[in-house]
Write a protein that binds this ligand. Structure first.
Ligand SMILES: [Mn+2]
Length: 333
């Protein structure tokens, strides 16, 4: 594991730094890029914010100057500069940054990862992280404020507040650790407008997303005496309701909130035959092992994986190990 001081040294020694995050970018990874990008530039570094996907419109407020570039349209710009370092935020899996990962590898750009997801397999010297951190934003805060000793602008402070607020679902999932509240308080002291962040992250749902939530809550089914709740979202519905990937993201949390439910699953056919699975646990059972069984991963209580093929068949395969978990002993507190 790369120490935070070693990471800080690598950053100090790199003039041109490329920042990226996983495909299907979320508030944590994007908030980290916004915060680090501005902070690095203020210290004289050249920065490129390069994404595997376009920036979702919901996060346009993190990019008022249009600096986030999808690789599909920014390849030439990326190739015009010799990058000393690429820093990947909110994942440690090269496959999760898709084309950006292939491009970095092809160019031989030294690449380091800053992440808070549990790492499977052998120890990694190119990753700095801790799965005790509730968001990558907490790690970035430590890196910038404590290790680099650099100031955070009001914009960067807000972006880190977005990271933590997003991954904890507005400070709900803090796992009884005071750290996220302490960092959140520190960011508020630096002038963050928490109401503005709340509006952008949690109170700007498009109507189509609200309608989808109604559909999901109506159509969800229950197994294992109500402990397992699931819903299958067919591509037909995605087309009919003109849903975007971000619209499909957090309906799983609302199913999980139903009394008696311990594990919730949504299977979303984002393109014909292309199924994205979100798994959540209320806290008694860990579910990232099941996600890993199907090539995915994530946190103990929030994980995901993908299938290709038929929705019902995917659920058949997934429901067996989930039912098995629920018939066993509780695994986490
Ligand atoms: Mn995260």
């Amino acid at each position: 594991m790369l120490s935070t001081s070693a990471l800080a040294e690598r950053i100090r020694g790199s003039r041109n730094i490329l920042l990226t995050t996983h495909a299907g970018p979320d508030g944590d990874g994007l908030g980290c890029i916004a915060a680090l990008g501005e902070t690095l530039e203020a210290q004289g570094h050249r920065v490129l914010r390069l994404l595997p996907d376009p920036l979702p419109s919901k996060y346009a407020f993190l990019d008022p100057e249009g600096l986030f570039k999808p690789i599909a349209t920014a390849r030439a710009e990326a190739e015009a500069t010799p990058w000393d370092l690429a820093l990947v935020l909110d994942t440690h899996q090269p496959g999760m940054i898709r084309e950006v990962g292939e491009w970095l590898k092809g160019r031989g750009v030294p690449t380091l990862f800053l992440d808070h997801h549990p790492i499977e397999g052998p120890a990694r010297t190119d990753v700095h992280g801790s799965c005790d951190a509730v968001a990558t934003g907490v790690l970035v805060f430590d890196l910038v404020v404590h290790d680099l000793g650099w100031p955070l602008s009001p914009f960067a402070a807000e972006a880190l507040y977005v990271s933590i607020s997003f991954d904890t679902n507005s400070f709900k999932y803090i796992r009884s650790s005071p750290t996220s509240l302490e960092v959140g308080a520190e960011l508020l002291r630096r002038g963050v407008d928490s109401t503005r962040v709340y509006r952008h992250l949690f109170a700007s749902n498009p109507r189509r997303k609200a309608k989808l939530l109604g559909w999901v809550l109506t159509e969800c089914e229950f197994l294992c005496e109500g402990k397992l709740a699931f819903v299958l979202v067919p591509h037909r519905l995605v087309e009919e309701m003109k849903l975007e990937r971000d619209d499909l993201r957090d309906s799983v949390n609302h199913i999980l909130e139903i009394e008696g439910v311990e594990i919730a699953a949504t299977l979303k056919e984002t393109d014909p035959g292309d199924i994205k699975v979100s798994l959540r646990s209320k806290g008694t059972f860990t579910i990232n092992g099941v996600a890993a069984q199907f090539g995915g991963g994530g946190h103990a209580l929030a994980a995901g994986c993908e299938f290709s093929g038929n929705l019902e068949e995917a659920w058949q395969r997934l429901s067996a190990p989930l039912s098995q978990i629920l018939s066993g002993q509780p695994q986490s507190g």
